[in-house]
Write a protein that binds this ligand. Structure first.
Ligand SMILES: [Zn+2]
Length: 145
C-alpha cells in the first residue's frame, strides 16, 4: 500500500499540531519543579545551607530524611540548626544543587509520568513511590527514603 500523501496545507497543519504538543510538554517540564536557589555561607571548615528548610518544603519530604541524604552523599556529618543546615567541610552551591536535582529524580519524581506529586509509602521495610497524578506505584531509586 502506498503511504498517504499529504497536501502542503495538511502537512503544515500536522506540523503545527506536533510543534504545539512539543511546546506544551516543554512548558510543563520547565515549570514542573522549581527548586529554591541554594544559599550558603562558609565559616572556617563548615558550610551552612542557610535556606535548608525551603528544600524539604518544596520537595514535600521529611527534613530529617533530606538532611540524612545530603549528609550521606557528601559523606560528612551534618546538623540542623533552626532553618539552616550545617555541613563539615567546604561545599559549593553547585554541589548542593546537583544533589537536590538527583534527589528529585530518585525520591520525588514519578518515573512513569514525571509528576512531582508523589508520596513515599513503606511496605515490609521497602519504600515505594506512589504517584498522586497517575497512580503508579514504583520502587524507589534512592537509598535513604
Ligand atoms: Zn505518575
Amino acid at each position: 500500500m502506498l503511504p498517504k500523501i499529504l497536501t502542503k496545507a495538511e502537512y503544515e497543519k500536522l506540523l503545527k499540531r506536533i510543534q504545539g504538543n512539543l511546546s506544551v510538554n516543554k512548558r510543563q517540564t520547565n515549570t514542573r519543579f522549581e527548586l529554591p536557589i541554594v544559599d550558603i555561607m562558609w565559616e572556617g571548615q563548615k558550610t551552612y545551607l542557610r535556606n535548608f528548610v525551603e528544600f524539604p518544603q518544596v520537595l514535600r519530604r521529611d527534613p530529617d530524611k533530606v538532611l540524612k541524604y545530603l549528609s550521606k552523599e557528601f559523606a560528612v556529618p551534618a546538623e540542623r540548626i533552626g532553618d539552616k543546615a550545617m555541613f563539615i567541610g567546604r561545599r559549593d552551591p553547585d554541589d548542593f544543587t546537583r544533589l537536590f536535582q538527583i534527589y528529585v529524580k530518585d525520591y520525588v519524581e514519578c518515573p512513569t509520568c514525571k509528576s512531582p506529586d508523589t508520596k513515599i509509602v513503606k511496605e515490609n521495610r521497602i519504600s515505594f513511590l506512589i504517584c498522586d497524578a497517575c497512580g503508579a506505584k514504583s520502587t524507589m531509586k534512592g537509598k535513604y527514603a
